[in-house]
Ligand binder design. Structure first.
Ligand code: TQI
Ligand code: ZN
Ligand code: ZN
Length: 168
């Protein structure tokens, strides 16, 4: 079953058209940006929320970036595997990914790495956190707190949809 963060934080009804931006220091490919656009659309399909990319990192509601190790928010990344990414509940809007991971982008795996993780799968999960969902006990839910390397799990389960529709 789905859960929320303590106090049930969510984006207020006056802020349903959210903007997102990528850390300008990252120089991300169009493929990576498309993975995120896709991941956001999986949530907007079931909610009144919309997500639009903006080039203004400072004014964006949701800020996405890749970082290695200690990156200044008190939650250090840890190299390959372990923590892959984290996101902070509303209204923080921060989604950070560990740049030390080998990321699979659109099924393309860098030279047979056994530790590669699917970027869209992790993005869909972290966007759930950005919107206010905690972890789910339902194994096929996107918000279930386990994912294996090389596995693509991007479809919202009924449990994810029910949870997000309680919030929005
Ligand atoms: N990062 C954890 C996560 O996003 C961070 C975390 C731990 C967390 N406990 C939390 C976030 C409680 C919110 C609330 O769950 S992770 C998965 C999954 C991670 C884990 O790198 O371990 C995914 C990132 F669900 F598979 F375990 C993405 Cl999909
Ligand atoms: Zn961080
Ligand atoms: Zn999580």
């Amino acid at each position: 079953h789905y859960t929320f963060f303590p106090g049930t934080p969510r984006w207020p009804s006056q802020r349903r058209d959210l903007t997102y931006a990528f850390n300008p220091g990252n120089q991300l490919s169009d493929e990576v940006k498309r993975v995120f656009a896709n991941a956001f659309s999986r949530w907007s399909e079931w909610t009144p929320l919309t997500f639009t990319e903006t080039s203004s990192y400072t004014s964006a509601d949701l800020k996405i970036g890749f970082y290695a190790g200690d990156h200044g928010d008190g939650e250090s990344f840890d190299g390959v595997l372990g923590t892959l990414a984290h996101a902070f509940a509303p209204p923080a809007g921060l989604l950070h990914l560990d740049s030390d991971e080998t990321w699979i982008i659109n099924d393309v795996l860098a030279s047979g790495s056994p530790t590669a993780m699917d970027l869209e799968s992790v993005a869909v999960h972290e966007i759930g956190h950005l919107l206010g969902l905690g972890h789910s006990s339902v194994e096929d839910a996107i918000m279930f707190p386990t994912i294996s390397s090389g596995v693509r799990k991007v479809e919202l389960a009924r449990d994810d949809v029910e949870g997000i529709q309680v919030l929005y």
